[in-house]
Design a protein around this ligand. Structure first.
Ligand SMILES: [Zn+2]
Length: 287
């Protein structure tokens, strides 16, 4: 997509430094850990777009604050091409979604993008997570957490390094932010607690709605879409469907174990948002 260059006065970004976060632990996360993380990813089918809702008991530092690199927002966004692209996307997402909230008189708040490094991050509101969990959204601190190393994994999984696959990832996590602001995430959490048997299905619906919101963002910015973008997005949606992940992990396809939806469901959700460019279409997952 031909996104405009970011302006740090219009976005919230930071970079947590995972390496200094483990008291008494190893001084860093090496290649071996990353390889293990990749293996764990395929073996367990851990999803790259997990919303962390279950991680409790935060392992914060003594100050009660996640440690952060002393990088300015400008420096965080200029760490490399992936960071620039993510900051560009974040601003576009803010500019696309803020007016939608204004239109219905709902309070809007920007999420903060944390481009963390070092394989592990200690969030302010959701405890610790490793890169193996993939990009995630933490409702408690409104943070979108992405280890930019994930983008290399994504390129391997989808067999290409197209920008739209990466943009789809951040737009999907932004979709979870929307669910947080609208109160849907909270409703789903309490429904899951009341009826644990439905927890998995509700989780899938939430993930598909986040895919749909990602599509709405792209649909509302159709003029910026370049040839090949949509195919990249569809290939990414297909590559990270639960059935495809299960198959590549050598497992039998087990819909009960789906947490994000099948490849076909994810592609359909992204496409529904894209074609309509209307977020009301994404209500269908909870209608
Ligand atoms: Zn998700």
């Amino acid at each position: 997509m031909k996104l405009r260059r970011f302006d740090t006065s219009k976005i919230k970004v930071r970079s947590s430094d995972g390496k200094s976060r483990i008291p008494g632990g190893p001084g860093g996360i090496g290649i071996g850990t990353l390889v293990l993380a990749a293996i764990a990813y395929f073996v367990f089918g851990a999803d790259p777009m997990q919303t962390i809702t279950a991680i409790e008991g935060s392992q914060q530092t003594a100050s009660g604050q996640a440690q952060q690199d002393n990088l300015s927002e400008e420096q965080v966004c200029n760490q490399g091409p992936y960071a620039v692209e993510a900051c560009n996307a974040l601003q576009s997402l803010n500019e696309t979604w803020q007016p939608e909230f204004a239109r219905v008189g709902m309070r809007f708040e920007q999420p903060v993008l944390d481009l963390f490094r070092g394989g592990q991050v200690s969030t302010q509101g959701c405890g610790s997570a490793t890169s193996a969990a993939g990009p995630f959204y933490c409702p408690a601190d409104m943070g979108i957490y992405i280890d930019t190393g994930f983008y290399d994994q994504l390129a391997q999984m989808t067999g290409e390094a197209g920008d739209f696959a990466r943009l789809y990832v951040i737009a999907h996590e932004y979709g979870h932010h929307i669910q947080n602001l609208t109160g849907l995430a909270e409703q789903v959490r309490s429904a899951q607690q009341q009826n644990p048997a439905s927890a998995n299905e509700l989780q899938v619906r939430m993930e598909l709605q986040a895919d749909c919101y990602a599509g709405v963002w792209a649909g509302k910015n159709r003029s910026l879409i370049e040839p090949g973008d949509l195919q990249e997005g569809m290939r990414a949606a297909s590559a990270i469907g639960d059935d495809t992940l299960q198959r590549s992990a050598g497992q039998r396809i087990n819909p009960e174990g789906f947490t994000h939806g099948s490849s076909a469901q994810r592609m359909a959700a992204l496409n529904a948002g894209l074609e309509s460019a209307d977020d009301a279409v994404c209500d269908r997952y909870f209608a």
